[in-house]
Design a protein around this ligand. Structure first.
Ligand SMILES: Nc1ncnc2c1ncn2[C@@H]1O[C@H](COP(=O)(O)OP(=O)(O)OP(=O)(O)O)[C@@H](O)[C@H]1O
Length: 592
């Protein structure tokens, strides 16, 4: 059996431990780190390394040459150069840290929320960002130092505010890239709340570029702080490399060597931060944004009913009546789902077919509550097992999705988070929805992997998504979708991304799981072959409307609507629909 081996969704899966190891393999990063550790340690141990305070002076030490008492000599006002260099390092590192922390404290959460929510939150955050960027940074800092405080740390806090837009933009861009990932949709569908999605799936992607940017901002802050010190700003008691340069400049003809110590130390520190930042960025793949988003590709066009086990008079599991989905556009509203009505009973499989753009996925997403915020949804009735979905809040929807309504997406690879092992991604929703212990959820996940035909469940359980094939990934997602024993399974083109041989197996698997658990199932598909294979009833959609609903057998033998006939003519080529399903078979996995 062959399976299409799907390409990994990212050039390289990014995990923090790998990132750290890759960064530290770079000699430049190691060298940079060593310099920074040295400067930090020397600053911390300043009182031990020099008996002088940073601003204690003695007449005898004015421009004193190097000696045992003053290993680097004395400056123009008789202060010990070594002591000032060490304490200046402290000032630089503390100041840099303040600037970076303030920048991230402001830009980080704003970027995270704006990138994830978009809409008015994003617009407001971008407006604030633009205002801050329009402020002339140096003038504001000079004004603050002259009017409010001479403390260099205050100036660095102001710098943090001024550079916060850089952090905002980076984090917003990273989050926007990752929120388009299908595995974020999948996480929502599996019922994970927003805070958890942000923490588990979005934050890890943001951390690596943030570390790289923090290193670069650190270097910038040290340079700017030195500039302020060089201009003579800062408290007299606050030793800084900039103030040392200022003093050295005043005495440049008498003692030019005074320029050397702060100049070299500061340059080495800035270069070290730069090297570290560049190394981290290179380790991430040479880009400031961590990920290259995988977007939904174009969906390719491709074509005996089984008896429905629906009890007469039973309340439908899903009842949709006159569903409308509308988007506002500059040229007027566009209704993409226009009065769709359908029902699904327990144990019944409904196929939603139609050409590309006819509104099938929008209908399914309306049921799942996953339409984008700009979509306007209205319905006479949109009920799942008697619950009015139009009145359901986010929390209640999250409880429903993943637990009572499962979802199988089209593109298996993109719906698995590349940062986490398969096992974790299966176990997490079961622990949350079913309250299982770690061991219980793990046992159930392994049993499910075996049930969906994966020959070595433990290996797959421990694998990252890029280590398994596309067909196997789809089985993993099917296992995940049924793991919490849902009542309704919604599958959006579940076999489109798989090759033909694997498609048949996956359909058989879905059908047998559906029958075992007597789930209702909604299958969105272009493919009338899929309909013939597993659907009890079919709704045919065209331009947002259902033009015909019929049992699968009726549809194939006596299509009523001309559009259905055209659809059948274009795909069936006179082939007879399959009479009965093959018995659910243990599926062998070939490629991996
Ligand atoms: N966010 C959106 N804003 C505006 N229009 C949208 C949006 N999302 C989808 N649409 C439009 O809604 C229509 C129906 O899309 P939908 O994805 O439901 O089609 P489909 O029948 O599932 O086709 P396909 O199988 O190709 O996805 C399309 O014309 C699409 O352009």
């Amino acid at each position: 059996m062959t399976e299409k081996s799907a390409p990994p969704p990212f050039a390289a899966p990014l995990k923090r431990d790998h990132l750290m190891r890759r960064t530290l393999r770079d000699p430049a990063a190691l060298g940079g780190l060593a310099v920074l550790v040295l400067v930090a340690a020397a600053g911390a141990a300043a009182p031990l390394l020099s008996p002088y305070g940073p601003d204690s002076s003695a007449l005898s030490a004015i421009l004193a040459p190097r000696s045992a008492a003053h290993p680097l000599g004395g400056d123009g006002v008789g202060r010990d150069v070594l002591a000032r260099l060490l304490y200046g390092g402290r000032t630089s590192l503390i100041g840099g840290a303040i600037a970076v922390l303030v920048a991230f404290a402001i830009g980080g959460p704003l970027g995270l929320v704006a990138g994830f929510h978009r809409g008015w939150v994003d617009a407001a955050a971008r407006w604030v960002n633009d205002v801050i960027m329009a402020v002339p940074a140096i003038i504001v800092m000079l004004a603050v130092m002259v009017v409010i405080s001479q403390d260099l740390n205050v100036a660095m806090a102001v710098l943090g505010v001024i550079v916060a837009p850089l952090v905002f933009r980076l984090i917003r861009a990273s989050v926007m890239a990752v929120r388009e990932e299908l595995y974020i949709d999948a996480a929502r569908v599996s019922g994970l709340g927003e805070a958890r999605i942000l923490r588990r799936h979005v934050l890890p992607m943001v951390i690596a570029p943030s570390v790289s940017q923090a290193a670069q901002l650190f270097a910038i802050a040290i340079g700017i702080q030195a500039g302020l010190g060089f201009l003579g700003l800062g408290k007299a008691s606050q030793a800084s490399w900039g103030a040392m340069l200022n003093d050295a400049f005043t005495n440049v003809y008498n003692a030019p060597i005074l320029l050397l110590w702060p100049g070299v130390t500061m340059a080495a520190t800035i270069v070290a931060f730069g090297l570290l930042g560049t190394s981290i960025r290179d380790a991430m793949g040479g880009d400031d944004t961590v990920i290259q988003p995988v977007r939904r590709g174009p969906r390719p066009h491709t074509a005996a009913p089984v008896s429905a086990s629906v009890s007469e008079g039973e309340r439908p599991l899903l009842a949709v009546d006159d569903l409308r989905v509308t988007y506002a556009r500059p040229d007027g509203d566009r209704t993409v789902v226009d009065g769709v009505s359908l029902t699904i009973h327990r144990g019944e499989v409904l196929g939603l077919v139609g050409e590309s753009g006819s509104g099938k996925s929008q209908t399914a997403f309306a049921v799942l509550g996953l339409l984008p915020p700009q979509a306007r949804v209205g319905a006479e009735r949109l009920e799942f097992d008697g619950t009015d979905l139009t009145r359901l809040g986010d929390t209640a929807y999250n409880r429903l999705r993943g637990r009572r309504v499962g979802y199988i997406p089209q593109e298996p690879m993109s719906n698995l988070d590349p940062s986490f092992r398969i096992g974790f991604q299966l176990v997490e929703p079961m622990r949350r929805h079913l309250g299982l212990s770690s061991a219980g959820a793990r046992d159930k996940a392994l049993a499910l992997l075996e049930r969906v035909g994966i020959p070595d469940p433990m290996r797959v359980f421990r694998s990252y998504p890029h280590q398994i094939s596309g067909g196997m990934a789809q089985r993993v997602l099917i296992a995940g979708a049924v793991s919490c024993d849902p009542d309704l399974l919604i599958a959006d083109e579940p076999t489109t991304a798989l090759d033909v041989t694997v498609q048949a197996e996956v359909l058989d698997l879905m059908r047998s799981l559906q029958q075992e658990q007597r789930m209702g199932m909604l299958i969105v598909t272009h493919d009338l072959g899929v309909v013939a294979d597993i659907c009890d009833r079919v709704a045919v959609m065209r331009t947002g409307k259902v033009v015909e609903t019929a049992s699968a057998r009726e549809l194939f033998h006596a299509p009523r609507h001309p559009y259905t006939r055209t659809l059948l003519d274009s795909t069936l080529e006179g082939a007879e629909p399959r009479k009965a399903l093959s018995a659910p078979s243990q599926i062998k996995d070939g490629s991996r």
